[in-house]
Design a protein around this ligand. Structure first.
Ligand code: ADP
Ligand code: MG
Length: 709
């Protein structure tokens, strides 16, 4: 009888508190106050229990072993355990209060040092004579004393779980109002109460085949691993999942693309010959090979989906031109999309220069055309009068209608999202697609990241190029850099001066560039003509500046990073980059690629005072090599995984622990499994794939446009 009543009571309780889900607000968790929840939401985008589960550690600290104080070396990060013997607040001349806590572990004494946390004294006084565990960075002062800074500590008796000591401890990304220990505690709590809820997404056979741990286990061990092996297994599972999702997406797209019959551009030899005879130089061997590959794709019934990869200055533009002309000569319109107005403009002028006399009508469509010109261009594109439309993302706006689009070329693909590529595709019934990128990534990665594309590589520079000489100078050597620059200008060269990168704020960048230009004009190079280029200028002004720089009306062009990609002025052979330490290596490589495009010796002068060892190492590498692949690999190593496998452009959140170079084998496995899975169950319709389908849908819907079904 009593049982029945108890059951009823339990039912009532159950109703009052709905069963937990991963959509519950984090406030549901014990210890998560409103203000803490607000901090998590605002600073880290964590609102639900599910978000918190996916708040992965940034790194880990192995605090499983206590080190005897007498054995600790200078500079080590260590965990110690000992008795609190004294506490002292010490004012300093710099107004910082030091709190020094002496810990005795019988092998020696160490001082925990805290800055401006005078209130800690009270807490430690209560602990006098008790054992505590502390983790920190050791430094041995000259007098033989041992100080520990960046301390995290815990009095184990206070805390049955001992989350922060005696184990491998997760270290989380933080934000204002969310301290490490508190975030750690919250994650621990969510794991206890919600850790069993994530639904398994991988079929058991697949898990077994690839030795992957179950998802729930992976969540536990990515946060609070008992051992290093457990942590690695969890990590492997998440890395696999991440790649697997991406590869499923690519597999879906490749299947869709392969199904579509493309346009057959039967005539390829004649247009290629027509173009090459109009060029002032013969194609390099690599260019000729790639043109042949492109032509074969275009002539075939399948629609082309090809990526052309070649380092800066390798000569990708002629490949685009060949493809464009093939399309036109087979009675189709073609489009060329570039990431910046300056580049679109340059392509427009360059293509017109070569093809206008062949009777090809080229139109420019950029976002900032005056309304009247824009209307005219749109009408010309819609009527089919325009053969080749060149433009920025303005090309994919709704008001652009093509008469007979047969080919879309995307230059500097890495600057565009996958979405944009898809949108351009929708402009034609099934235009062939050619994308070009200079971002050199290791080959294995190319094949998997751009897994839905065929790849051509231009691995040879045009003849007569001399490697750019790069020098790195400190800020205080700026005058010497300007002297060098003056000498080079006297030789009749043209130069870029790239202004430092101030956040992503275009207005501030524009102002900085303006100030630098007038400073150089008035105080440093009064006898030379200096031009200015930044993103806030009107298109016609930018055009004017670029034209006069190209026509040698300007000696020096002060610019923001608006010229970063694609700009081609072969006579410019010097580039000075201010505050070079603020740029990433890939970006420096792109910027440097603005010179070295002719046969004169080019120079790149980097000015920078890096604040970190990594920063210094970046600039030193730049000074040592011009090899784009090497730079990309170094960049990867220094910068970590970051965006390299293209997640930013695809709108996905990369996992903090993916290391693309290291994880290439997992990437391959994930690719094989994804393609096999879709062969087997193309619509992910089987019940055992339901959870996976849901994940793919929610995660990639903004990318796919169409879901996996
Ligand atoms: P990318 O887009 O690959 O950075 P571009 O297509 O802008 O390179 O070409 C860089 C420069 O090299 C341009 O000035 C171009 O005219 C020149 N160029 C391209 N191909 C050749 C070639 N086969 N021989 C000589 N110069 C070339
Ligand atoms: Mg280019």
């Amino acid at each position: 009888m009593a049982t029945r009543a108890a059951l009823e009571l339990a039912d009532g309780v159950e109703e009052a508190r709905a069963s937990p889900t991963l959509d519950d607000p984090v406030q549901r968790l014990a210890g998560v106050t409103e203000s803490f929840a607000a901090a998590l939401g605002k600073g880290l985008g964590i609102f639900t229990t599910g978000d918190l589960l996916k708040h992965y550690p940034r790194r880990y600290e192995d605090r499983t072993h206590f080190k005897p104080i007498c054995d600790i070396r200078h500079g080590e990060s260590v965990t110690i355990s000992g008795k609190v013997v004294s506490v002292e607040n010490i004012p300093t001349r710099t107004r910082v209060t030091l709190t020094k806590v002496a810990i005795d572990d019988r092998s020696g004494i160490a001082f925990l040092v805290f800055f401006n946390q005078w209130y800690l004294k009270k807490q430690f006084e209560k602990l006098r004579g008790k054992m505590i565990v502390a983790y920190g960075k050791a430094s041995r002062s000259g007098r033989g004393g041992l100080d520990m800074t960046d301390v995290e500590w815990e009095a184990p008796e206070d805390d049955a779980d001992a989350l922060s000591s005696g184990r491998i401890v997760p270290v989380y990304p933080l934000t204002e109002g969310a301290l490490q220990a508190r975030v750690r505690r919250a994650v621990w709590t969510v794991l206890q109460e919600y850790g069993d809820l994530p639904e398994e997404t991988l079929p058991p056979e697949l898990q077994a085949r690839r030795t992957l741990v179950p998802l729930i286990e992976a969540f536990r061990n990515i946060h609070f691993p008992e051992t290093e092996e457990a942590r690695l297994a969890a990590q492997r599972r998440f890395v696999f999942d991440e790649f697997f999702g991406l590869q499923l997406l690519l597999a879906v797209r490749k299947r869709q693309a392969d199904k579509i019959a493309g346009t057959v551009f039967a005539e390829t030899a004649a247009p290629i010959a027509e173009l090459t005879s109009a060029l002032p130089y013969p194609l390099t061997g690599a260019q000729a090979r790639v043109v042949t590959e492109v032509a074969a794709d275009m002539a075939s019934k399948k629609s082309m989906n090809r990526l052309v990869q070649g380092d800066v200055g390798a000569g990708k533009t002629v490949i685009a031109m060949a493809a464009l002309l093939i399309a036109v000569r087979n009675g189709h319109q073609a489009a060329l999309m570039a990431p910046t107005e300056i580049l679109a403009e340059q392509h427009y002028l360059g293509i017109r220069r070569i093809m206008e006399s062949m009777g090809v009508k080229v139109s420019l469509l950029s976002g900032s055309l005056p309304a009247k010109e824009k209307r005219a261009a749109l009408a010309s594109v819609a009527s089919g009068e325009t053969h080749i439309a060149v433009g920025t993302h303005a090309l994919i706006q709704d008001d652009v209608v093509f008469h007979r689009l047969g080919l879309a070329v995307v230059d500097e693909q890495h600057r565009f999202g996958v979405m944009q590529r898809a949108a351009l595709k929708q402009k034609g019934f099934s235009p062939d697609i050619l994308v070009m990128t200079a971002t050199p990534i290791p080959r294995t990665l190319t094949l998997t990241v751009y897994g839905d594309l065929d790849v051509s590589i231009i691995d040879q520079l045009p003849p007569g190029r001399k490697p750019i000489k790069t020098h790195w100078k400190r800020g205080h050597e700026r005058q010497a850099v300007y002297e060098t620059l003056r000498k080079l200008l006297q030789e009749g060269r043209q130069a870029y001066v790239i202004c430092s990168l101030i956040e992503e704020n275009e207005k501030l960048q524009a102002r900085a560039a303006t100030e630098l230009a007038s400073h150089l004009q008035i105080h440093v190079f009064p006898d030379y003509k200096i031009g200015l280029l930044h993103g806030q200028m009107k298109p016609s002004e930018k055009e004017g500046t670029m034209t006069s720089f190209r026509d040698k009306g300007l000696h020096l062009l002060v610019s923001t990073t608006v010229i970063e990609v694609g700009v081609d002025v072969p006579n410019a052979s010097v580039i000075v980059i201010e505050d070079a330490d603020r740029f990433g290596m890939a970006q420096l490589h792109q910027l440097r690629g603005r010179v070295g495009r002719g046969s004169t010796q080019s120079y790149c002068l980097l000015i920078g005072d890096p604040k970190t060892d990594d920063g210094a190492s970046r600039l030193a590498t730049m000074a040592q090599t011009t090899d784009g692949f090497l730079i990309a690999e170094e960049d990867l190593k220094l910068r970590g995984p970051g965006d390299f496998y293209g997640t930013r452009q695809s709108g996905l959140q990369p996992l903090p622990f993916i290391d693309v170079l290291r994880d290439v084998p997992v990437l391959k496995e994930a690719r094989e499994e994804a393609f096999a899975l879709l062969d087997d169950d193309p619509k992910l319709a089987r019940p055992e794939h339901a959870a996976l389908k849901a994940v793919v849908r929610s995660k990639y819907k903004n990318v796919l446009g169409v879901s996996a079904s």
